[in-house]
Design a binder for this molecule. Structure first.
Ligand code: ME8
Length: 657
């Protein structure tokens, strides 16, 4: 059978500055798609690269006192390293300064000229250099660039123009008859109403006032407009207009072209028109995703509010960053980035849900079966739902991925993780052990381990490192046949008898309130040494620590304001299985806290309980709800949890020491 193919592209990045975490979003999303398609058996071609020409780059190089090529070479090397650190699995990385690209772009320009799509005239109008975009007087917003709001420059020069008008009707027809072409739909309406309906002007496709670009082959005073140069990368990288265009034959038209929403105009108007003029098919889908925003708006170098992805990767790991980006932002919409939100996601989803499932299961397996995967024994009423959910999961995820609903795909996977955690509570393996129900216990442990395997395989496209660590711990790292899509079509492939190897905690919990505001990992015994980016400690602090070798003084303990709190109100937090929102009475004041105890207590059972409470904890936000303080609870490896209460009634607010 012929292999199904899948071609996915990201925009090519301007190497005018180092990239920020917002840029990583596009590439991580494309990577997850590419990996998912490979997992499901497609022959994938995943392209990314750099957009190295244009006035913006020339100016930045000049400011840095470097030749443009030297300037971009350094940043491109940095970008390539970033993609390596983020486990981006591109099949090709195209640079627009490469010969293969430049030669093909010159041929494309010549073809347009020869067939009468390009003519020479005088251009007078506005230009936004940061966006490398031409604007008419009418399109400006209060005299500034309508895309980025920065000042524009008046440009008057002789230029070549592309006759957009010649193709516009065909474009409109294509957009109307192919609803999947521009996604999400809101972008389609925006393009038609804002750019096409008011009348599409011919596009200026050459410049003469600077040199850093691909020369027009028959008129050396002109360089080709950077967007015509850049957009062509999607086909020049496949060998278009070269001696070997076999990749083009195999992969064009692209299945998905992922872009940020601000460059939708270039990709859904100019790009398809260029393709029509070349006689090539249009991509199946151009998907314009939203932006990653900070509290003060879109991340951008000029605002000085960028977040360095390499610092984040070092601090939290590549898989953690990938998970956050893909899960937090509903695809197509804007999303917010904050380190606080990141830490919460990692604690809830990775440390609690996924990490605990693995740790609890392996700890019980060790205790009950010496760590060896048992044969399945007696089945039980609780099994069916888990098994059906596991079997349906791959196809459910595939559906979401085909719709580019990456965040929903992850949510679906996490629903199953929640299902597996619930299975532990329902079957209560510790009770089975106590009651001597060995055969049933075997089945329960087996089903849990197999569920973890299913999860690990489906996690692969999103977090490529974590599954390998899980396989190591399950003892199946060498069993390649258990890492495949095909292996998920039946439940029960895990071989009995394999010895598991519990190892380091995959996702240690992080504290929200490290020194200097930086979240830090909570050390655990099995934890590895801290990653490099720890806040600096003073000399005094270090000496003190060495002297006490990890023990704390009574004064240090006294810094924790422990109180008795009476629970007054309790309710579930919508959309969070594990959380309850409580109002507690501390005598002189009432506090709102969010506690991860919903799977152990019904809200009504809590009212009136007097519990121990940390009253001077820095407030934190959990799922958007402010939590001021913490209830103390004891828990064991088997998933039992109990709140710490006072032995005899005592006034709310009493100090505990
Ligand atoms: O536009 N959130 O390059 P670029 C989400 N060279 N995505 C963001 C973002 C943010 N805060 N900031 C940037 C270019 N991006 C052109 C493309 S393609 C033929 C030429 C995304 O380096 C942005 O939307 O400015 C775009 O998709 C990508 O990063 C590259 O941006």
């Amino acid at each position: 059978m012929e292999k199904k193919t899948f071609y996915i592209t990201t925009p090519i990045y301007y190497p005018s500055d180092k990239l920020h975490i917002g840029h990583c979003y596009t590439t991580v999303a494309a990577d997850a798609m590419a990996r998912f398609k490979r997992l499901t058996g497609y022959q994938v071609h995943f392209l990314t690269g750099t957009d190295e020409h244009g006035q913006k780059i020339e100016r930045r190089a000049l400011e840095a006192g470097k030749e443009p090529q030297e300037f971009v070479d350094e940043i491109v090397a940095w970008i390539k390293n970033l993609w390596k650190l983020l486990d981006i699995s591109h099949d090709d990385f195209i640079r627009t300064t490469e010969k293969r690209h430049m030669q093909a772009v010159q041929k494309i320009f010549k073809k347009f000229y020869d067939q009468g799509d390009i003519y020479k005239a005088k251009y007078e109008g506005w230009y936004c250099t940061p966006c490398e975009a031409f604007w008419t007087e009418r399109q400006l917003m209060e005299g500034k660039c309508p895309d980025c709001g920065r000042p524009v420059e008046l440009v008057a020069e002789e230029s070549y123009f592309f006759k957009m008008s010649k193709y516009v009707d065909r474009l409109v027809e294509h957009i109307e008859t192919h609803p999947e072409f521009i996604q999400p739909v809101a972008r389609k309406n925006e393009m038609i109403n804002n750019f096409i309906k008011p009348g599409l002007e011919d596009l200026c496709v050459s410049r003469t006032t600077f040199k850093w670009g691909i020369p027009v082959p028959f008129d050396q005073d002109h360089v080709i407009y950077v967007w015509l140069d850049a957009l062509s990368n999607y086909i020049t990288a496949l060998g278009y207009m070269s001696e070997d265009d076999s990749l083009l034959q195999t992969f064009w038209p692209a299945n998905v072209q992922l872009i940020g929403k601000e460059i939708a105009r270039f990709h859904t108007i100019y790009w398809p028109i260029f393709l029509m003029a070349l006689g090539l098919e249009l991509p199946e889908k151009v998907f314009g995703h939203g932006w990653l925003l900070l509290d003060d708006g879109k991340m951008s170098k000029s605002k000085g509010n960028v977040i360095d992805p390499i610092v984040l990767i070092e601090r939290y790991s590549s898989d953690a960053i990938r998970y956050f980006l893909l899960r937090e932002i509903s695809f197509g919409a804007d999303g917010h980035f904050s380190e606080e939100a990141l830490v919460q996601r990692l604690n809830f989803d990775l440390a609690n849900d996924l990490g605990n499932l693995l740790n609890r299961t392996l700890a019980m397996l060790k205790k009950y079966f010496g760590g060896r995967i048992p044969e399945r024994g007696e089945t039980g009423a609780e099994d069916e739902e888990l098994l059906q959910a596991a079997l349906a999961l791959p196809q459910r995820l595939e559906q979401f991925m085909d719709e580019l609903q990456l965040s929903s795909a992850l949510a679906e996977l996490w629903k199953f993780i929640g299902r597996a955690n619930k299975y532990i509570d329902e079957t209560a393996p510790w009770a089975l052990k106590k009651a001597g129900q060995e055969s049933r216990l075997q089945t329960v442990m087996y089903n849990l381990l197999e569920s973890i395997r299913v999860i690990s395989v489906l996690l692969l496209p999103f977090m490529p490192q974590t599954p390998k660590k899980i396989w190591q711990q399950l003892g199946i790292a060498e069993h390649k046949e258990l890492h495949t899509w095909e292996s998920l079509q039946t439940f029960g492939r895990l071989p009995a008898g394999v010895l598991t190897q519990p190892g380091e905690v995959l996702f240690p919990r992080l504290e929200l309130t490290g020194e200097g505001g930086a979240p830090v990992r909570q050390a655990t015994k099995k934890d590895k040494p801290q990653p490099a980016k720890q806040p600096q400690k003073t000399k005094e602090q270090k000496t003190k620590e060495t002297e006490t070798s990890g023990l704390i003084s009574i004064d240090e303990f006294a810094r924790v304001d422990l109180r008795v709190a009476e629970i007054k109100e309790a309710e579930k937090v919508e959309g969070a299985d594990r959380l309850l929102k409580l109002i507690v009475d501390l005598g002189e004041e009432q506090r709102q806290v969010v506690a991860g105890i919903a799977q152990h207590y019904q809200p009504h059972e809590l009212i009136g309980k007097r519990v121990l409470f940390v009253a001077n904890l820095k407030p934190a936000k959990l799922r958007g709800i402010v939590s001021e303080g913490m209830l103390l609870a004891a828990s064991d490896d088997e998933g039992n949890l109990t709140l710490v209460t006072t032995e005899a009634p005592i006034r709310a607010g009493s100090k505990v020491k």
